[in-house]
Design a protein. Structure first.
Length: 747
């Protein structure tokens, strides 16, 4: 039950200055109460009014966990003296504090704030020091007032601290005059929150600030939810009109003025494209343009002397007792003799064997090479299948400072390129345009780039359509693999994946060893069957642990959505226990032992892992990384996640919202991953989501077994539904135009 307590801080047990997490003792009506939560500052003697509830910590007993607070200045002379002597104000120690309180009594705080020069009347306080004490006191008061001001608008203490760290003493002025700045400047503050504040402080709904924020929010929504890198201007305005509820005809000038402002300050670009006006964030134009520029340059840098690879390929065939098909040989030759090449095909078409042959030829020609993939799972799979070291793209580029010493997301970039002659990128279909831009910038001018992937997989979770646009541009050599080689007897996964991809129903044969279908009609029964399979039936049948069996669902919400499945599976696989600490984060409960996934890129989280006998340390945890919660420490607010590649990463409590439970994940989030056993629900839902390439992607994530639970008619609908979302992207056209311009220069 939510309640309030008030009292001075008697002792600070723990304080994390980075995120404000504090464990302290407060004197509440003579009782010493342990409080836990976020304080912008914490000082002995500070009088706090806290709102929250008592929680029973398994390790530390009852604590008062507060969600909001207010700093109240002490009223008694002893309290005032203690507050000043706590070290809160630089230069004021116990003796000075005692002298100040003795001189000014109950008026002490008024004197410090309104007439600090009077402090110079006290022994050992110069006029300079007196004024400094006054300035520091005012600064602290502004900080505390800012937090309290923001909390009036239902902004959490965590977010209030984040906002204050950005705007400092200008926080209240910024929020009062233009709260819509929060949408642009503060990650985690959306348009609706800013709009609620703006209405309460009297900003008119037709304000240009509001329209500007509405356009930014609408464009962000388009990028994050649909993967577009641009929108037609008319479509942007129409979508913003629905959000703002401002008639587009009546307020057309307001929309145009707001967009003009965004283009003038280079937040957005307004351009002509195929006879109409389009709008995009400037950064996405630079991403797509830099990719186009670099790919075209690499593609034009083809070695003049083409290598005759007949002997090398023959040697590889004899060594591995295989025989390449003509289309596979063509793919190998193109990769070695081209600046940029694409190898695409479904499962079992020999992509991995081709990559192994390319590596062998590069070695024979004393060429340095790198193998990379978008995710940790994908890179591990690439490493296992080739026997070579493979890294994530992020790890290959190395998060940290650039070579020039300036702050940079990646160490390797255009000023400090990678030391390699060739880069092979696997699972390229899931590489978004921002990551592709970073990779391209880091490639040396004479580097070969080989892009390997399945064009029929879902597009990247992030914005852009990199592989699709490269294929459509027609500017690079593409090897389309169609012949299926890896098709073991009695195995249906590969056979059925190709049937699905061609719009045909998979073979339903429950006597097979790796592809099963269980007919269930009611959603609750589908859910219960999935849970039973994960927790009991399949572990007995396969010998795998429940956490090694991955549920992939099409939707987040609903009975068979990942949110509900995760709650149910967590309750079965990792139930509450007095031996396990847990945190409530939003609607999630995170418990020691839980399987979790990182849902966004975080370049600042520090991790450690053992590499042989050496401890390796680095930065960065990325979207799609899966691991397990190793420990939760209430005292420090720290949660340690151990990822599948051995990284131990401590999360401050403020970063836990970036994690989600991962007993069940969306098919979209599974891209680039491979799991021993995959369970898929076949349910009814929106036709724009439940598509052929969605179920195809889900099936192809399985290494040893696929189990589909639901109705065959729903599976048939998905297989028959060839709808694909068309993303608005510029890369294809930029590739074509750039290639033409560079071609003229080379010729």
């Amino acid at each position: 039950m939510t309640m309030q307590i008030e009292g001075p801080i008697e002792e600070i047990i723990f304080r994390n200055e980075q995120n404000g997490y504090t464990v302290a003792i407060v004197d509440f009506k003579g009782a010493m109460v342990t409080i836990v939560g976020k304080l912008l500052s914490a000082n002995i003697g500070e009088n706090l009014l806290l709102e929250g509830e008592y929680v029973n910590n398994n390790k530390y007993g009852y604590q008062f966990s507060f969600s909001s607070y207010e700093v109240l200045l002490p009223k008694t002379l002893a309290g005032i003296e203690r507050y000043l002597s706590s070290g809160l104000i630089k230069g004021v120690g116990p003796i000075t504090a005692k002298n100040i309180v003795a001189a000014f009594k109950e008026e002490t705080f008024d004197i410090i704030e309104m007439a600090p020069s009077k402090l110079a009347e006290i022994k050992n306080i110069s006029m300079k020091k007196a004024l400094e004490i006054g300035d520091k006191f005012k600064e602290l008061k502004k900080m505390q007032n800012s937090i309290m001001f923001l909390q009036k608008y239902n902004i959490s203490t965590n977010m209030a601290i984040k906002i204050y760290q950005i705007y400092d003493s200008k926080t209240i002025d910024v929020v009062k005059n233009n709260p819509y700045r929060l949408v642009e400047d503060v990650d985690g503050i959306g348009f609706l929150t800013a709009d609620r504040i703006a209405r309460s402080v009297g900003i008119p709904e037709e304000s240009e600030f509001r329209v500007r924020a509405g356009l930014i929010h609408t464009m962000n929504n388009s990028v994050e939810r649909t993967g577009n890198t641009y929108l037609p201007k008319e479509m942007l305005f129409e979508a913003a009109e629905k959000l703002l509820e401002l008639d587009l005809v009546t307020f057309k000038e307001k929309y145009d003025d707001a967009l003009d402002g965004l283009t003038i300050d280079k937040t957005m670009r307004l351009m002509q494209h195929k006879g109409s006006e389009i709008v995009m964030f400037s950064k996405y134009y630079f991403y797509e343009n830099s990719v186009a520029q670099k790919l075209c340059l690499l593609n034009q840098s083809v070695v003049t002397k083409k290598l005759d690879l007949e002997d090398e390929i023959k040697h590889f065939e004899e060594k591995n007792q295989i025989s390449f098909h003509d289309e596979q040989k063509a793919a190998i030759i193109s990769a070695i003799n081209s600046g940029v090449s694409v190898i695409t095909g479904g499962p079992g078409t020999g992509k991995t064997t081709i990559v192994k042959c390319i590596i062998e030829i590069l070695k024979q020609n004393k060429q340095e090479y790198m193998l990379v993939a978008p995710t940790g799972r994908a890179s591990k799979r690439l490493s296992d299948s080739t026997g070579e070291e493979a890294k994530t793209i992020h790890r290959a580029l190395e998060v940290g400072e650039g070579a020039d010493g300036a702050l940079s997301r990646f160490v390797y970039n255009e000023k400090n390129p990678l030391k390699t002659n060739a880069v092979i990128v696997d699972e390229v279909s899931m590489v978004d345009v921002a990551l592709m831009s970073s990779l391209c910038k880091a490639l040396p001018r004479d580097c070969k780039l080989v892009l390997v992937g399945d064009k029929d997989q879902l597009p990247s979770v992030g914005a852009g359509n990199v592989l699709g646009d490269i294929l459509k541009s027609g500017i690079v050599t593409v090897s389309m693999l169609t012949k299926i080689y890896r098709q073991a007897e009695n195995s249906l996964i590969i056979t059925n994946a190709h049937l699905i991809n061609s719009g045909k129903m998979p073979v339903i044969d429950n006597s097979s060893k790796d592809f099963f279908f269980e007919e269930k009609t009611e959603l609750d029964k589908i859910k219960n069957s999935i849970v039973d399979m994960v927790t009991s039936r399949l572990p007995k049948f396969t010998g795998l642990d429940s956490t090694q069996i991955q549920v992939l669902a099409p939707l987040k919400a609903g009975v068979c959505g990942i949110d509900n499945l995760n709650r149910t599976l967590q309750e079965k696989i990792n139930p509450p226990s007095i031996k396990k600490n847990e945190f409530v984060v939003g609607e999630n409960i995170f418990r020691e032992g839980d399987k979790v996934m990182q849902t966004s890129n975080n370049y600042n989280l520090v991790w450690k892992r053992m590499n042989g006998f050496l401890e390796e340390e680095g930065e960065g945890v990325f979207n799609g990384d899966i691991g397990f919660i190793d420990s939760i420490d209430y005292q420090t607010g720290e949660t340690v996640v151990v990822f599948e590649d051995g990284r131990h990463c401590p999360y401050p409590r403020t970063e836990l919202s970036q994690l989600s439970l991962a007993y069940a994940i969306t098919i979209h989030k599974s891209q680039g991953s491979e799991f021993d056993v995959v369970i898929l629900p076949a349910i009814a839902g929106p036709s724009m989501i439940l598509t052929r390439n969605l179920i195809y992607t889900g099936v192809t994530r399985a290494k040893k077994m696929v189990v589909i639970v639901g109705e065959q008619k729903n599976l048939k609908r998905m297989v028959s539904n060839s709808y694909t979302v068309q993303r608005f992207t510029l890369l294809k056209d930029l590739l074509i135009s750039t290639n033409s311009q560079i071609g003229e220069l080379f010729n």
